[in-house]
Structure formats: structure tokens, C-alpha cells
Design a protein around this ligand. Structure first.
Ligand SMILES: Cc1ncc(COP(=O)(O)O)c(C=O)c1O
Length: 387
């Protein structure tokens, strides 16, 4: 498994990123924002009927927020701090959804005071907070979905509620003076099985019909969350295939009465645009006859690569060396033994790799900078350069 740059980046883009990388000392992330722009255009033409709410948590850099603002994106927000960042870019509150189901009552009030009127919920206590602190707002209820086994970064269990509870919450929303607006789900991040959307939409359809036929509530919106893939080692279908299939599922379930559709892409919009550049600090073996090579780099789980937890996300790693490949263990620079990125998966790296060489971690534009610790072992947070 040799990682070729041309399988992941255009020559132009890779040259631009490398030129920027040459100016800085490792470790750092370089993001080519033109890739994000193109990805956004691709997504909107694949899903012409959908409204995009960029999941800011994937990468909250102002350069990305302003680019997506200008492209007409809306924003899915997880906290008041993200809200402040997005408002600071001049985004109006009607383009914002408070998508976190776990929130303090005073944060709901904060969003309301800033003009936000669209809220997610999955529990009675939270719904009552929304009714009190954000009266009259539109709410959508998040349901539990399956898909854990086929998503590389599952979001199961913690978010969403079962169908019968979703029904109760939407009915209660109306009683509390809120607008029961729609249903949301997230099939799990880096979801490789497109069928996961089919199963989730089947559940949504049941709730829609029940509310309409028995309770006189016509929901207006389905929020299909994120889950679309970045380009890592494990192959996935392309955006067009996801779009074709998901559109078919929607048409089968809703026909001509398709409600407003929201997508909340995070990873798929920004992952491919970033390359994390690190340096090999040490190459060693643990015994005189050991066959296993350890490669230590100046970036690790605590400086942006936390999604290698359980070796969930397998980033493509490129080096300029082209020697014979040998599987190795790759670990970060801190004095914590959890700081190992790949150990079960023997990552093939060239045998002629040397201390001081640069490693280019492809598709690291999502969930890296924002996850980086601020001072673990004294190491500063991951730096980023946007071109
Ligand atoms: C509510 C919500 N929407 C969207 C996303 C983005 O998902 P993805 O990065 O898979 O596109 C997340 C990710 O955690 C989320 O929690």
C-alpha cells in the first residue's frame, strides 16, 4: 500500500501545500481552502434540493467560516463559543441551527437573544428549557439510528431518542408553544454504508405519518446530519453515489411531498483540504532482533490525531522516500503510552525513512486543530496555515 499524492490531490494543490509547508517548522496543518470551495459546490450540485448547514466543529477556522458564508452555507453550531465565532464573521442568525442536544438553559437563552430560532432536542428536560428560554422557536427532534458498525467514527447512543419518545416530544413541543418543525439523525461519521440513510429515513417516515394522521402535526423538515466521508485509506463511494442513493431513498419514502432537507456536513467538506505535516523524531526497535520498527513523530494523539483512537481513522501518510515498505508502529512525541496512533494496524512506511524526514498526513483538515490539546507535555496546540 503505497500512498501516492496524485490519488488524493491535484498536482497544483499538492505543490501549493508543499510550498507553504516549506516555510514552517513542523508540526502544523496546511489547508488549501480552494478544495473546500470545490467540495461545497460539488455537494450542492449533488443535492440541489438540500440546505447545507456546515458542522463548525469539524474545523472552526475563520478562513473556512468566511468562505462558506460567502458561498451561502448555513451553520450547525455546538456551543455558544462556536456561535460567537460564526456571528463574528457576519453570519445572520437565521442561517444558524443550535444542533447540540446537550446544552444549559442559559446557553439556550444566549442563542435566543442573538436571534437563533432553530434548535435540536432529544429529551423532555431540554425541550422544556427551549420552550422557556427560546419561546416560539422551531425545534427538531433527533432520533437514534443504527450504523455503528459501518461508521468509522460512530455517534451512537449518546444522541437521539427512540421513535416513540420522538413522537411524544414533538407533540409536547406544540403544547409548549414551540413549532414542531422536523426530525434529525446522524448515521455516524465517516459512514461507509449508504444504506444507513435508508434505515434512518424509514424511521423518519413512520414518525411523519403518525404525527400527520393521528395528531394533526405536519412536520416541515428532515435534517440528515453529516456522515459523508473524507478520503482516507479505507475506500468509500464518491459524493455523487451517496447523493443518488439518498435521493432515491427520499423519493421512495416521501414522493412529491419532500420536506425541506438539511445536511450538516463536517468531515466531508474540510478533511481532504488539509495536510498535517510532521517530522520523524526517532526510529527504533525494542530489541536487538526485533522485527517491529517504531516510528515516533512530532505529532500525536494529543496534538490533533485523536481520531486515531482505537485506530478508527486511518490517515494516508505520504513521504518523499520511495524505498521498500515495511509495516511499523507509529507513535506521537508525548510521555503517555496512549499516544500511539497505529499499532495493531502495521502501517507500511519505507525502510529508508530517516529521522528528520517529513511525513504528510493527508485528509487531516477535519477534527484535528480543534481537538489538539493546549499544553500536554508542554507541546503547544497544533498550528495551522490556510492558503
Ligand atoms: C449534530 C451534528 N451534525 C453534523 C456533524 C458532522 O458530521 P460529519 O463530520 O460526519 O459530517 C456532527 C458531528 O459530530 C454532529 O454532531
Amino acid at each position: 500500500m503505497k500512498i501516492n499524492a496524485t490519488d488524493f490531490y491535484s498536482n497544483d494543490s499538492f505543490a501549493r501545500i508543499k510550498a507553504e509547508a516549506a516555510k514552517h517548522e513542523t508540526p502544523f496543518l496546511v489547508v488549501d481552502t480552494s478544495i473546500i470551495g470545490k467540495g461545497y459546490d460539488e455537494l450542492t450540485s449533488a443535492f440541489p434540493f438540500a440546505k447545507i448547514y456546515y458542522a463548525v466543529k469539524a474545523n472552526p477556522a475563520p478562513q473556512i467560516l468566511s468562505l462558506l458564508r460567502d458561498k451561502g452555507s448555513n451553520f450547525d453550531i455546538a456551543s455558544r463559543y462556536e456561535l460567537d465565532k460564526v456571528l463574528a464573521e457576519g453570519v445572520t442568525p437565521d442561517r444558524i441551527s443550535y444542533g447540540n442536544t446537550i446544552k444549559k438553559a442559559r446557553d439556550v437563552r444566549y442563542f435566543y437573544e442573538k436571534g437563533v430560532r432553530l434548535f435540536a432536542s432529544d429529551s423532555e428536560a431540554d425541550l422544556r428549557n427551549i420552550a422557556k428560554e427560546a419561546p416560539g422557536s422551531r425545534v427538531y427532534v433527533r432520533i437514534l439510528t443504527e450504523g455503528t458498525l459501518t461508521a468509522d467514527w460512530p455517534l451512537s447512543r449518546k444522541f437521539g431518542c427512540q421513535n416513540d419518545m420522538a413522537l411524544d416530544l414533538l407533540i409536547l413541543a406544540r403544547e409548549l408553544g414551540l413549532v414542531p418543525y422536523g426530525i434529525s439523525f446522524h448515521v455516524g461519521s465517516q459512514q461507509r454504508d449508504i444504506g444507513a440513510w435508508d434505515a434512518a429515513l424509514g424511521k423518519v417516515k413512520l414518525i411523519y405519518d403518525r404525527l400527520k394522521n393521528e395528531d394533526g402535526i405536519t412536520l416541515k423538515m428532515i435534517n440528515m446530519g453529516g456522515g459523508f466521508p473524507g478520503n482516507y485509506i479505507v475506500r468509500t463511494n464518491d459524493t455523487a453515489t451517496y447523493a443518488e442513493e439518498i435521493t432515491r431513498f427520499l423519493e421512495e419514502d416521501f414522493g412529491d411531498e419532500m420536506p425541506e432537507i438539511i445536511l450538516e456536513p463536517g468531515r466531508s467538506l474540510v478533511a481532504n483540504a488539509g495536510i498535517l505535516v510532521s517530522e520523524v523524531v526517532l526510529i527504533s526497535r525494542k530489541g536487538n532482533t526485533s522485527l517491529n520498527r517504531w516510528v515516533f513523530t512530532d505529532v500525536g494523539k494529543f496534538s490533533g490525531l485523536i481520531e486515531t483512537m482505537d485506530e478508527a481513522i486511518k490517515y494516508p501518510i505520504y513521504t518523499d522516500r520511495s524505498g521498500e515498505l515495511e509495516g511499523c508502529t507509529i507513535a506521537g512525541p508525548t510521555c503517555d503510552s496512549a499516544d500511539i496512533m497505529y499499532e495493531d494496524f502495521k502501517y507500511p512506511l519505507p525502510l529508508d525513512l530517516q529521522i528528520g524526514d517529513r511525513l504528510y498526513w493527508f485528509s487531516t483538515g477535519a477534527y484535528t486543530t480543534s481537538y489538539s490539546a493546549i499544553e500536554f507535555n508542554g507541546f503547544p496546540p497544533l498550528q495551522a496555515h490556510y492558503i
